[in-house]
Structures are given as structure tokens and as C-alpha cells.
Ligand binder design. Structure first.
Ligand code: F6R
Length: 615
């Protein structure tokens, strides 16, 4: 939440910063602003609304394009409504210091009172502005901006990334981080700071991970990193393995459409290199030893939103293949219910961004209780994998649309791989059974491709339903989390009432919602599980008898459902546990198309942000 960019180099800073912000807008789009340092003064421009409003303001304003250092911010509002006044950067009383911030400064009210008591005039409702005034006091005492930042950070409580410029040190940008993301981009004669490498990938693929409680000084000539205590810090350099084209729309109208289309490749990439020379599954990067995995007696999965739905599906695979009990918990609830964790509990944290604060806090709680924690993450070097005992990276590439699509499918691949690996090391499945399932997983990119090739009727259907008020989704077994995911996508993109139910639960209350012509999407399990399949066929008849318009997703060759489907969407026949990989795709397309038909920007749905770095 909130995107931050900092730049020092030889290019016009404003151009670099605005370009960086355009790649970070997925993190928040309530307002945007920049501060550029030139000729001994700062020029600050900020506007409520999307980056386009800021661009417009800059186009008409008399701003300096000579500045070679600057900062920028795109906001997801926490403290204070999204207006010009609360937009970042925030400045001190003299206009000499400007600061941008991601996170929440929990003691800001006390700091604000203290500052007002000393005569400072604060002009916004934000927690951030206090930092600008605290920095002002420190530089007035003669501190350098970096020293001022270190001193101020020691006074702050909460989670924050801060990036500041000071007119007295025009060729310097200073950043700080605690519990909130910030990466350094290392160029030749220029350096970058950003919440995410996407902001500077057009300029450099060499990056530095910043650790907890560190301050970074960015100059043309180089980068210096210290702890808040001023001691030099060890840093980890890495090379980003994707390029700028991955962070662009590639001919699609929306990132979401591009990311849906990329799913076959993302699934294939996540499966790549998982079979060793001996034909056995090998997850080298995971860091947990086979002995550690043999000692596990319970698994708890923690995640939020779409990643939580991946966790719900994982439970079926893990319990079926490994015989280990598996609980799935919303990360935001996990640590508040005193979960029972022991040294033999494996906690699996699933997070695309690797920065979701609720999930990060769940990881920390689990580690404090001495459980082993394994992360499933998409963003290399992000906070969650760094704090876990082990990690399995999904290789979906950058996911920029706010609604998660390809990350979800690759999270499913990752949990299937982990479940099969556990089955292999614990001996709950024979080697040839594991191998056969891996072979089947290997066919999934092609099956997902097949769904994408035949999905046009889903688009027509979605457009025809654009005027509806509500859509329900039903599923059984792994189809139930798929129903939840279909409903979540529709809610977040089309702003429509949508709910997912376990089909068997319907008659315990929700069936009262069914009225004439209400669209109900039903995910039909594979015929390989006749008990499940037959039950859902009965459920479809029950809702149809009460007037529902049935939209049925069923595997090819399943003729039993055809008489009860007002619309039949076919997906390839795959084993029951793997069905979410194909059944989710039409639901993503459905939500995307329906939202577009209602005139919404599917990449930036209202009130949301891609990476939720506050609790
Ligand atoms: C929905 C969506 C969110 C995320 C959730 C967790 O389309 O994208 O529900 O899945 O905010 O985010 P990560 O996976 O980054 O922890």
C-alpha cells in the first residue's frame, strides 16, 4: 500500500520518479505527488486521485525539470481522506524537507501534540507530516539528513518506509524502513529507491535488499546503508530475473487480461526443475530438511484473500496425500485466537507480494511459538520469505493488476508440490504415485491454455449479466474455495454482491436468497468422485426448481448436468484435486469482463491496493 520512489542521478528526476510511480500505482491510487530538489529548493506538486491528475498538474505548472534528485508517492489512504492536502510528499514548516511514507506511525498523535506545543503548524490529517517536522528540528540542530532520519526513526512506533529530501543536501535522498518494503536499485552514476523493483526495472536490474531498521543514503556515486543506530549494515545484493516487458501490458487493455493470459506460462515456470535426476520430486530452495519435514504432525496455513482460497484448496490435497491434519486460517485472525503450535507444527504462509502485514504478523507469531514456517511467495526477496525458515517461490512473474489471477494458479501449483513432497519424504504415497501426479501437473499448462482458447462465450455471458445486482457461486470439496474465489473476484472488480457457498450448506439458510432468474454459478466436481458429483447435480436441480438461472462449469463429457444448465461452461477433465486450476479461469474472465462492461477499471478497483502493508 502506497508506492514510493526516490532517485539521484543525471536524468531529470521528475521524469524518472513519475515513470516509477506509474509502475507502482497498483499499490494505491488515492493521490500522488513528487518533490524535486534543484537550485537549493524543493518543488513539491501533489494531487488527489490517480497519477493522471498529477501528470496534468505538472504539465501545466512552472516546475523545474533541472532537478536530478527527487522523491514520489502514490497513496492508499489510511490517516485522512484522499485529498490534495493529505497527499504526499509532506513538508516541514520551512519547506526545506519533504518526506513520503508507506505504513502507519502509531504514535503520531502524541508526536503531533508535542510538535504543535513547540510551535509547528501541521497542515494535513496524516501521520506522516509529523516526520517532516521532526526532521526539520534535527537539521536545524545541524544534523545531516541521514543523521536526522536515524534519530527520528528511533522515536517512531509502527510500520514505516520513509524517503526524504532536504534542500540543504540537494544530491541526496535518504530512505528508512521498518516492517514495510523498500528496495535499492543500483545503476551506473544513478541510484534508485522504491517499494518494488518494478519502479526502476527500466533502468537497472541490480538491486539491494534493505533489512529491518535500516537507513539508506542514496547519492549518484553510491549507496550507504546503516542501522538506525548508525552502525554500517550488511546488505544483500541480487539481480532481478525479469525485465521491463514483464511489467508492461504487452498489447492488452488491462494488466489483468495479460496476467490471465500468462497463466499457462506461469504454471509451467512454477513447475520447472522440480524433478531430480533420480525421478524424485526435489524442492531444493525450500531450506527445510527432510528430517524436519518427517517430524511434522500438523500443518496450519495462514493467508489472506485469494491466497487464503489457495490455502483452503491446499488442505484437501495435503490431507489426502500426506494424512497430516491441516488447518487453514485467515492470517488476520490467526494470532488473536491463541493457536496451538508446537515445534512439530509446520505453518505455511501464502502471499503473492510477500509483504501482506496480516500474514507477516502471523509468520512472526508462529516463529515465536517455535513452529517451523514455510513461505509460498511470488516476490523474490520480500519480507515474508526473508522471515520464514524456508520458502517455495512461485514463478508467476510480476503481478500488477490488483486482483490476483496468475499468482493464485501458481500458489496452487506450489501447494500441490509441497503436499506431494511431504508425501514422498513421509512415505504416505509411493514414489510412482508421486511421479504420476507430477506428470499430471505437467499437463496443466496445456489444460489452462485450452480453457483460455474456449472462454469467449464466458465473455458474452458476463456482458449479458452486467445489469444484475447479485451473483451466487456454489461448489463442493475443492470447488467450494473456487466458488469463494469467483465471488471475491466479482465483488472486488464489479462492485456487485456476490457470495460463494458450499453447495451442501445452501439448504441450511442461503437457499432463501434464490429468486426468479438469480444467476448462480455452480462448479461441478469431476465425475471421478461420483458421490460429490451426484450430490451437486441434485443441488443444481434444487435451485433451478426455485427459479435460479444456472451457469454450470463442468468437465468435458459430463452430460448428466446438461439438462439443468441454462449456460454450460466446459473445462477439461482433470483429477478432482487439480480441478481448481481449470475451473477458476472462467471465473476470472467472467469477473473481468463483467466489471469492464460496468465501466470499471479492473486493474485499479476502488478502495483497494495490491499489497496490504497495514493490519
Ligand atoms: C484478491 C487479492 C487479494 C490478495 C490478498 C493477499 O484478488 O488479490 O485478496 O490475495 O490481499 O495478498 P498477498 O497474496 O500479496 O499476501
Amino acid at each position: 500500500m502506497c508506492g514510493i520512489v526516490g532517485y539521484v542521478g543525471s536524468q531529470p528526476a521528475l521524469d524518472v520518479v513519475i515513470d516509477g510511480l506509474s509502475r507502482l500505482e497498483y499499490r494505491g491510487y488515492d493521490s500522488a505527488g513528487t518533490a524535486v530538489s534543484a537550485d537549493g529548493k524543493l518543488t513539491v506538486t501533489k494531487r488527489a486521485g490517480k497519477l493522471a491528475n498529477l501528470r496534468e498538474a505538472l504539465a501545466g505548472a512552472d516546475h523545474s525539470d533541472t532537478g536530478r534528485s527527487g522523491i514520489g508517492h502514490t497513496r492508499w489512504a489510511t490517516h485522512g481522506p484522499p485529498n490534495d492536502r493529505n497527499a504526499h510528499p509532506h513538508t516541514d514548516c520551512t519547506g526545506a524537507v519533504a518526506v513520503v511514507h508507506n505504513g502507519i506511525i502509531e504514535n503520531f498523535a502524541a508526536l503531533r501534540l508535542e510538535l504543535e506545543g513547540r510551535g509547528h503548524e501541521l497542515s494535513s490529517d496524516t501521520d506522516t507530516e509529523a516526520v517532516a517536522h521532526l526532521l526539520e528540528e534535527e537539521v536545524a540542530k545541524g544534523a545531516s539528513l541521514a543523521d536526522a532520519m536515524r534519530r527520528v526513526c528511533l522515536r517512531l512506533e509502527g510500520a514505516f518506509t520513509l524517503v526524504a529530501v532536504y534542500s540543504g543536501e540537494p544530491d541526496l535522498v535518504v530512505g528508512a524502513r521498518r516492517n514495510s518494503p523498500l528496495v535499492v536499485g543500483v545503476g551506473a552514476g544513478e541510484n534508485f529507491l522504491a517499494s518494488d523493483v518494478a519502479a526502476f526495472i527500466a533502468h537497472t536490474r541490480d538491486a539491494i535488499e534493505l533489512g529491518q531498521d535500516q537507513v539508506v543514503e542514496l547519492r549518484r556515486s553510491g549507496v550507504t546503508v546503516t542501522g538506525f543506530d548508525g552502525k554500517p549494515a550488511d546488505v544483500k545484493e541480487y539481480h532481478v530475473d525479469w525485465d521491463v516487458s514483464a511489467a508492461e501490458k504487452g498489447g492488452h487493455d488491462y494488466f489483468m487480461l495479460k496476467e490471465i493470459a500468462e497463466q499457462p506460462r506461469a504454471v509451467a515456470e512454477t513447475l520447472l526443475g522440480r524433478i531430480g535426476a533420480d525421478g524424485r520430486l526435489s524442492l531444493d530452495e525450500m531450506r527445510l530438511t527432510d528430517d524436519e519435514l518427517r517430524d511434522i504432525d500438523k500443518i496450519i496455513i495462514v493467508a489472506c484473500g485469494t491466497a487464503y482460497h489457495a490455502g483452503l484448496i491446499a488442505k484437501y490435497a495435503i490431507e489426502h496425500w500426506t494424512q497430516l491434519p491441516c488447518e487453514v486460517e485467515l492470517a488476520s485472525e490467526f494470532r488473536y485466537r491463541d493457536p496451538i503450535l508446537t515445534r512439530s507444527t509446520l505453518v505455511i504462509a501464502i502471499s503473492q507480494s510477500g509483504e501482506t502485514m496480516d500474514t507477516l504478523m502471523a509468520v512472526r507469531h508462529a516463529r515465536e511459538q517455535r513452529a517451523s514456517v514455510l513461505g509460498i511467495c511470488n516476490v523474490n526477496g520480500s519480507t515474508i520469505p526473508r522471515e520464514c525458515d524456508g520458502v517455495l517461490y512461485t514463478h508467476a512473474g510480476p503481478e500488477i493488476a490488483v486482483a490476483s489471477t496468475k499468482a493464485f494458479l501458481t500458489q496452487l501449483i506450489a501447494v500441490y508440490l509441497i503436499a506431494l513432497y511431504l508425501a514422498q519424504v513421509r512415505g504416505t504415497k509411493w514414489g510412482d504415485e508421486v511421479f504420476a501426479m507430477i506428470q499430471l501437473l505437467g499437463t496443466m499448462p496445456q489444460k489452462v491454455e485450452q480453457v483460455l482458447e474456449t472462454v469467449e462465450p464466458v465473455r458474452d455471458l458476463a456482458r449479458s449479466l452486467a445489469g444484475e445486482r447479485c451473483v451466487l457461486f456454489l461448489g463442493r470439496h475443492v470447488g467450494f474455495p473456487v466458488a469463494l474465489e469467483g465471488a471475491l473476484k466479482l465483488k472486488e472488480l464489479a462492485y456487485m454482491h456476490a457470495e460463494g457457498f458450499a453447495a451442501g450448506e445452501l439448504k441450511h439458510g442461503p437457499i432463501a436468497l434464490i429468486e426468479q432468474d438469480l444467476p448462480v454459478v455452480v462448479i461441478v466436481p469431476s465425475r471421478a468422485r461420483p458421490v460429490l458429483h451426484d450430490k451437486i447435480v441434485s443441488n443444481i436441480q434444487e435451485i433451478r426448481a426455485r427459479g435460479a438461472r444456472t451457469i454450470v462449469i463442468a468437465e468435458e463429457g459430463d452430460e448428466a448436468v446438461a439438462p439443468y444448465a441454462d449456460t454450460l461452461i466446459r473445462v477439461p477433465a482433470v483429477p478432482t484435486l487439480l480441478q481448481p486450476l481449470v475451473a477458476t479461469v472462467p471465473l476470472q474472465v467472467f469477473a473481468c469482463e463483467l466489471a469492464t462492461a460496468r465501466g470499471h477499471d479492473v486493474d485499479q478497483p476502488r478502495n483497494l491496493a495490491k499489497s496490504v502493508t497495514v493490519e
